[in-house]
Design a protein around this ligand. Structure first.
Ligand code: APR
Ligand code: PHB
Length: 390
């Protein structure tokens, strides 16, 4: 069995694994990245697309944002739509910070290209990863051959359904989970966005979100029941429901429709494991925590984790001991729970809960308050654009 020796073995080539790999490269720390899927699959996987101010600052600092700066859309506000009226939250006016619209799969393409440019190892279609905790390392199968990786540390960046978290003894973990009685039906449509900014709509029939990718591509979401079968949502029904939930008293506004390029249903859950570190194994991103998409935080939280982790590895490999590594979990969990709260709050404020008129009145009161009080709007805005990275 071929054996590779490195300093940090990274499992998963999503935003967490690839940004970590690049940060380690800049610190001159060796690493290998193994990814179960093919390059094509990873680069085509449609996910969210909102980047916090701090995420873009970091990506720019480490030289990963050239195409992002050319192709991104910069937004200075979002809109909350309820009772047929849109209310703008002026993010930049309230915080001095902005958000960036740039598809996650576009970012992943840039990260993969940057990794290959370094000449450091990135193995796609690496299956059957088997992690060993005693002697830090793992093995994987590539082209029918099992390979072994010996390393000092393993970074589990393999997402919610990955293998990393599963090798930590259950007794060593505290798991926090909340499943929401909703899901999001998301579409990508060949149609120009009908609004210049994101529209979060609260409607009797359920939540809807008008987002975008480019001046030609709109990204839209509908609140549906969990496990909603896509077959029950032919294109015509999707557009009809979006027209209804995004409708407003302003006759001049109408939704632009076009060919649907992609559609999928995603469950909504909040999930955190503590600690995010076990022996030589460090979890980052979705491997350690999941947020409902309402706050657009998943990718940004993954990047925040690996910024902390890379600095801790750099301190260790420059002879400053393991203090930052030992503090990794605690440091990250402070931000994780802040973002868990914000994502739960946005989800609770904006999603229809069946047959619960009391909750409905609370939601409307919350929406009226956050769109009329500068203090409340600022709270939403500073969490939405992203609190400064640790
Ligand atoms: N072996 C190797 N690779 C694996 C394994 C495994 N056993 N299991 C999963 N992977 C890979 C997946 O194929 C995926 O490419 O790990 C990667 C994990 O990437 P993400 O799921 O994107 O997770 P993360 O990098 O933490 O980024 C979080 O991604 O899912 C979005 O909404 C989420 O925006 C958030 C961001
Ligand atoms: C997206 O553009 O995909 C998106 C935007 C905002 C969200 C979630 C997803 O809250």
């Amino acid at each position: 069995m071929p054996v590779q020796r490195t300093q940090v073995g990274i499992i998963g080539a999503g935003p967490a694994g690839l940004v970590l790999a690049h940060l380690l490269h800049l610190h001159g720390i060796d690493s290998i990245v193994v990814e179960r899927q093919t390059r094509e699959h990873v680069e085509k996987r449609i996910r969210a697309g909102v980047l916090e101010h701090g995420t873009v600052e970091l990506l720019t600092e480490i030289g990963l944002a050239r195409r992002l700066h050319r192709e991104r859309m910069i937004h200075h506000g979002i809109e909350l739509l309820f009772d047929g009226v849109g209310h703008r939250i002026p993010l930049t006016e309230l915080t001095g910070r902005e958000i960036t619209i740039y598809g996650q799969h576009e970012l992943v393409k840039d990260l993969i290209a940057a990794r290959l440019d370094t000449g450091r190892p990135l193995v796609f279609a690496a299956t059957d990863v088997d992690i060993s905790l005693d002697e830090p390392g793992f093995s994987y199968v590539h082209d029918g051959v099992r390979h072994e990786v010996r390393c000092d540390f393993v970074a589990g960046c393999d997402g919610f359904h990955g293998v990393s978290r599963t090798v930590i003894p259950r007794s060593a973990l505290t798991v926090y989970q909340r499943d929401y009685p909703h899901a999001w039906l998301g579409i990508l449509a060949q149609a120009p966005p009908a609004s210049d900014e994101l529209v979060y709509a609260y409607h009797d029939r359920g939540f809807a979100l008008h987002s975008m990718r480019t001046p030609e591509i709109t990204r839209l979401y509908l609140q549906v029941r969990p496990e909603e079968p896509l077959e029950e949502w032919p294109d015509g029904r999707i557009w009809a429901e979006l027209r209804t939930r995004l409708s407003r008293n302003d006759p001049g506004w109408h939704l632009n429709e076009g060919p649907i390029l992609e559609k999928s249903v995603a469950a909504m859950r909040s999930f955190v494991v503590e600690p995010m570190h076990h022996g030589s194994l460090f979890l980052a991103g979705d491997a350690a925590h999941i947020v409902p998409p309402t706050g657009a935080k998943g990718l940004n939280l993954a990047v925040a984790d690996v910024k902390v982790l890379a600095e801790a590895f750099a301190a260790y490999y420059t002879g400053h001991g393991a203090k930052l590594l030992d503090a990794y979990s605690e440091t990250c969990l402070r931000r994780v729970w802040r973002i868990q709260h914000f994502s739960w709050w946005m989800t609770s404020m904006l999603h229809r809960v069946d047959d619960d008129p009391f909750t409905r009145q609370l939601q409307l009161s919350q929406l009226r308050y956050v769109t009329s009080s500068r203090a409340a709007a600022t709270t939403l805005a500073e969490n939405y654009v992203g609190l400064p990275l640790p």
